[in-house]
Design a protein. Structure first.
Length: 363
C-alpha cells in the first residue's frame, strides 16, 4: 500500500511528524506579511530572530508528540533535517529556507495520492524537498504523486485586494511593487491546510483570488472522485483552528458563527465548542517576539481514531471539554504554539489511516 487517508479521524496507522530543529528566524517579506497579516509588525525589519530557547523547547515538545504517537501504535516517519539555513534565489526574490515543521500546509493526502500544493510563503518554497525521500518511499509502495503548478511568487503574483481594505496605509500599492517581475498576474497558491477531508467531501477555504485558482485546480484534477465545497473567507488562510471533524457526526468548532460557512449536511452534526481562550495558559513574550497564531490554536488537535485525540496539555480546559464528550485525550505539551504558527494537526501529515475508500458522510 502507498498512502491511504480519506478523512481526519479513521484509525491512524502511519504519520509524518515535522522537524523544527534550526528554526532561527522569520523572513518578513511581502509573502510572509500577507499570509500572517503582519504589515504593522516591525515595518522596518526584513528578518526577525527567534530566541534559541524557544526553538529548543519546541524541539522537546515535538519529540514528545512523536513519542506519544509511537506509544499509540502509530508508525512515525520524520522529514530530513535542514542542515543549516540556506539562502535561495529566483529571478524575482530571495529568501532563507525553513525547516519542515508545519508539514500539513504543503501536502494533501487524497486517498492514495500525495498532492504537493502551491506555496504561499517564499521561505517555504523548497520546504517539501525535506519530505521528498518519504514521498518517494510511498511512491515505490504504489502511491500516486502529483504537484500543483508552482507559482513564480513575484510581487505581482499576490492578490492584495483584501489586505488593502484592512491596512490601506501599510500594504504596498501597485507603484511600490517591483516593475521587473514575471508579469504573470495573480497566480495559483493554496496551502493544503485550507482543506479538510470528510471522505468523499472536501471543504476548501477561499479568501483570495489565488486560493480560488487552487480550488479550481483541485476540482478539475480529481473530477468526480471527490466533491469540493468552497467556503468563502471562513479564515484568512488555514481552517483547522476554526473547525475540525473529530469523527463522523461530531465537529470541534471555534464558535456558532462557523456554521454559517459550512455545507448544509454538517449543520446536523453534533458540535463541541472550544473553550474561550485563557491567556494565562500562554507564555509571556517580549517586544521582539512575533506571535503568528490566534489564541484558538489549541483546538488544532490530532485524531488518532474516532475516540482518541492528541491535545495540548497546556490547555487543560480544552482537554476536559473533550473528555466530557467521551473522547480519550492523550495530553502532549506544546508551549510555544503561538510563535511557530501551528499545533498538532499542523505538525503532522497522516499518510495512512484505516479505510478502503471515500465514504459518503454527507448523505
Amino acid at each position: 500500500m502507498g498512502v491511504n487517508s480519506y478523512d481526519e479521524w479513521s484509525p491512524l496507522r502511519e504519520v509524518i511528524v515535522g522537524l523544527p530543529a534550526g528554526y532561527a528566524e522569520h523572513e518578513l517579506d511581502l509573502s510572509f506579511r500577507l499570509f500572517f497579516e503582519a504589515f504593522d509588525e516591525f515595518p522596518d525589519r526584513h528578518t526577525l530572530e527567534i530566541a534559541a530557547r524557544y526553538t529548543e523547547e519546541l524541539c522537546e515538545d515535538v519529540e514528545e508528540l512523536a513519542g506519544a504517537l509511537a506509544d499509540a501504535g502509530v508508525d512515525v516517519h520524520r522529514p530530513r533535517a535542514r542542515p543549516a539555513p540556506v539562502e535561495v534565489r529566483t529571478p524575482w526574490w530571495r529568501s532563507t529556507t525553513t525547516p519542515a515543521l508545519n508539514i500539513r500546509d504543503q501536502a494533501l493526502i487524497m486517498g492514495n495520492e500525495i498532492v504537493e500544493t502551491a506555496p504561499q510563503v517564499r521561505a517555504r518554497y523548497f520546504e517539501n524537498e525535506l519530505l521528498k525521500p518519504l514521498f518517494a518511499h510511498y511512491f515505490d509502495r504504489g502511491a500516486r504523486w502529483t504537484a500543483m503548478p508552482r507559482p513564480s511568487m513575484s510581487d505581482r503574483s499576490f492578490d492584495l485586494s483584501h489586505a488593502r481594505t484592512r491596512d490601506p496605509g501599510l500594504v504596498p500599492t501597485d507603484d511600490d511593487l517591483a516593475a521587473d517581475d514575471a508579469g504573470a498576474g495573480v497566480e495559483m497558491m493554496l496551502d493544503a491546510a485550507q482543506c479538510l477531508r470528510f471522505g468523499r467531501d472536501i471543504l476548501v477555504n477561499v479568501a483570495t483570488a489565488h486560493h480560488a485558482l487552487g480550488a479550481r485546480w483541485l476540482q478539475r484534477h480529481f473530477g468526480d472522485v471527490f466533491r469540493f465545497h468552497v467556503m468563502h473567507r471562513l479564515d484568512n488562510n488555514h481552517i483547522d483552528t476554526q473547525l475540525l471533524p473529530l469523527r463522523p457526526g461530531t465537529l470541534l468548532l471555534r464558535g456558532p458563527q462557523v456554521l454559517d460557512h459550512l455545507p448544509a449536511p454538517l449543520h446536523s452534526w453534533d458540535r463541541i465548542y472550544a473553550p474561550e481562550p485563557d491567556f494565562g495558559e500562554f507564555p509571556d513574550y517580549g517586544p521582539l517576539d512575533l506571535t503568528l497564531t490566534g489564541p484558538y490554536i489549541d483546538m488544532n488537535v490530532l485524531s488518532v481514531d474516532e475516540r482518541t485525540v492528541i491535545a495540548n496539555s497546556q490547555a487543560p480546559r480544552l482537554v476536559k471539554t473533550l473528555e466530557a464528550h467521551g473522547f480519550n485525550v492523550i495530553p502532549v505539551r506544546h508551549r510555544h504554539r503561538r510563535l511557530f504558527g501551528g499545533g498538532f494537526h499542523c505538525f503532522t501529515l497522516d499518510t495512512v489511516r484505516a479505510g478502503s475508500g471515500p465514504e459518503d458522510h454527507f448523505g
